[in-house]
Design a protein around this ligand. Structure first.
Ligand code: NAD
Ligand code: 6OD
Length: 490
């Protein structure tokens, strides 16, 4: 490469490496489209090198560590992230363009916590055992031991890149596995930066590897098809999950999937009105709507419908566009022009299908230095049937459709009439109703009078086409370890 732009390297076997082929791809800023640097474009050789390094490390010093030593190392990783907190925040800001407070309050601290929580968990895993009778009366003792699954392929998305990647790497390493991460091509920075922390705290080479690159017929797919990979954990679109599941079928590899959503927000007339407006606003528009748990369908009980729509509209029209560190800026761009084109195509579809555009619907006027960024307005629609594309399909942008409802039964049916089942947020002061609703909605997580709160020890995952398996706390052991039975004749 003859220009002097920075290169984001692979991290393989403890070393920062360019692609074996020498190829790179461009990383542009979502804020203004300027060329930030180049990224190593992973190919088969790079994936091979990373998987082989991970396999060697499984049986090297990493595999021989005691649980206490591993736990201490994961704590050191978490502390290492915290020590370089500002660099992680800056790297994620540059990759995603999102406001500083979102990244520094929600995403990066949770990334560090992902190492501590799973390290502490692994020290306290109970083992099951059964004493059985035998015909000779001597008896036998059965007990189960948990072993690492092996080399884990981690494929992560761009919307909260550090949090979502570490949520897989933390438990995988805590359980004694080694990993090969393929971060999203849109957000490569923090994965490589984490390699520096791994080296600094003495994680053995090959335990944590990163191969950059694209998905189909590229690094992502090569990783999912590699026969040295024992399990694949993936967060991303449901359609990509389908492709990965087919790849994993070769070799009967296990998968853990966190996929798409089309989440409902349900607002009852007895809610605390201002809290509900703020909660729905955050859930639909935080991170410019690029949150898997985001609300794109809002159902509001009829007596407060008009007032609610007006209040949410006012909230949207008060957003302050800007760069991550700009004073007062609380709203960033979409991740890329490609994603902007997708979101704008849905804005056009909504109008074509007869929506009333309450606010937004296009690209905001931006100052000259930001005019080339991937900006879109927060957008609210009303008046569409449930069959409309923007009411059925995941858009993953800052937009929602709001519809009035008249009864609990009807709103449950509306919320459930979708192929996804990731999350729901319910706003009511009626405790009994909240419990009834939480049991009736077909989703992996229900929030009542809140959103985006979750203790890392609790299960997380999607129902229906929103995922397979649960990760979080002890539930992560199901995927990241293999349970083996030992039977001893006494
Ligand atoms: P995506 O599926 O396009 O890409 C995710 C990752 O998969 C990227 O690293 C990409 O390079 C890789 N990839 C793409 N095709 C591949 C293939 N054929 N084989 C192997 N790897 C491949 O998703 P995205 O656009 O990065 O992220 C947005 C999506 O992620 C949304 O659908 C969102 O709902 C979902 N998501 C879900 C959760 C959750 O917890 N359920 C969390 C965040 C995001
Ligand atoms: O931190 C979490 O619990 C979580 N599920 C974050 C997901 C972010 C998705 O965009």
């Amino acid at each position: 490469m003859s220009d002097c732009l920075p290169l984001t390297s692979h991290f393989i076997d403890g070393q920062f490496l360019p692609a074996h082929s020498g190829r790179t791809f461009d990383k542009r800023s979502p804020l203004d489209n300027h060329l930030m640097g180049r990224v190593a474009e992973g190919g088969r050789e790079d994936v091979d090198a990373a998987v082989n390094a991970a396999r060697r490390a499984l049986h090297g010093p990493w595999g021989r560590m005691t649980v206490d030593q591993r736990v201490a190392m994961l704590h050191a990783v978490a502390d290492g992230i915290t020590k370089r907190f500002d660099e992680f925040v800056a790297a994620e800001e540059a990759d995603t363009g999102q406001p500083r407070h979102v990244i520094s309050h929600a995403f990066v601290p949770r990334g560090a916590a992902n190492f501590k929580i799973f390290a502490d968990l692994i020290k306290n895993v109970p083992a099951e055992s059964f004493q059985m009778d035998t015909p000779d009366g001597a008896g036998a003792l059965n007990y189960a031991i948990r072993k690492p699954k092996g080399v884990i392929g981690v494929i992560s998305p761009w919307n909260a890149p550090f949090l979502l990647m570490t949520w897989k790497v933390g438990p995988a390493m805590a359980c004694g596995n080694t990993v090969v991460v393929k971060p999203s091509e849109e957000t490569p920075a923090t994965a490589t930066l984490l390699g520096e922390v791994m080296n600094a705290v003495g994680v053995p080479p090959g335990v944590y590897n990163v191969v950059h690159g694209h998905g189909p017929d590229a690094a992502g797919e090569f990783l999912t098809r590699h026969d040295g990979v024992d399990g694949i954990t993936f967060t991303g679109e449901t359609r990509t999950g389908t492709a990965i599941m087919k790849a994993a079928a070769e070799g009967i590899r296990d998968v853990s999937f966190e996929l798409g959503g089309k989440n409902a927000g349900i607002v009852f007339a007895d809610c605390r009105f201002d809290d509900a407006v703020e909660g729905i606003f955050r859930s639909a528009f935080m991170n410019t709507g690029q949150v898997c748990l985001g609300t794109e369908r809002v159902y509001v009980e009829r007596p407060i419908f008009d007032r609610f729509v007006a209040a949410l509209k006012a909230r949207c029209e008060a957003v302050r566009y800007g760069r991550p560190g700009d004073a007062g800026a609380n709203y960033g761009p979409l991740i890329s022009h490609e994603h902007q084109a997708k979101v704008l195509s849905y804005y056009a579809k909504a109008v074509a299908e007869g929506a009333t555009v309450v606010t937004g619907g296009g690209v905001p006027a931006m100052p000259r230095d930001l005019a080339e960024g991937a900006w879109v307005q927060p957008t609210i629609w009303t008046g569409l049937p449930e069959t409309a594309a923007v009411v059925r399909e995941e858009i993953f942008g800052p937009c929602c459709h709001i519809r009035p409802f008249d009864s609990e039964e009807v709103v449950v049916a509306l919320a459930n009439a979708n192929r996804y089942g990731l999350s729901t947020t319910i706003w009511t002061e009626n405790l009994r109703r909240a419990h009834r609703m939480a049991a009736a909605v077909e989703v992996g997580i229900t929030w009542v009078n809140s959103w985006f709160l979750r203790d890392l020890r609790t299960p997380f995952g999607g129902s229906k086409q929103s995922g397979i398996g649960r990760e979080g706390g002890a539930h992560s052991l199901e995927f990241y370890t293999e349970l083996r039975n030992v039977c001893i004749k006494l």
